[in-house]
Design a protein around this ligand. Sequence first.
Ligand SMILES: [Zn+2]
Ligand SMILES: [Zn+2]
Length: 157
Amino acid sequence: MIGQLPFQLKQAEETGLFTGQKVRQVVECQECGKPRCIYANHELTSRQETKLVTMISEDQYTCGGPLIEPGDAFYGVTQCRLNITCGDSIEMPYYSSKFCQEICCYCGEPGERSAEKLKSYKTVLPLCSACKSKGFEPSTARPYGPKKPKNKPKPKK
Ligand SMILES: [Zn+2]
Ligand SMILES: [Zn+2]
């Protein structure tokens, strides 16, 4: 519930913490198996990273659950989104992070990016064949401007 978000997290949304560059680790939800991003403003030291990975593997993380609780070493250092559920698609920053894999943005199964959509959008998220057959459209972002002067199209091979 948005009204119950801790102040800190609301701030994070506003200060742009939730971007691909700030994804420091990925945690898999025990319920739906989707990877969820763990964000931190600063790059983690290798020691912190090891500790975080251990913590992730020991904790039963589920979407929207508090990965880091008050008192944990990472409290205030790393954050996950709290306003997501298992029904939500994979976070957009995941795909611009170094942890990105070609998985369907809706269900997390292996998927691929639509070549057709890539002609009109810089960002097109992968979609699996199952979701595609259900009529889902891939998430897209950053459409190419309609009036940009184009160089001659490169000859196709
Ligand atoms: Zn989940
Ligand atoms: Zn899918």
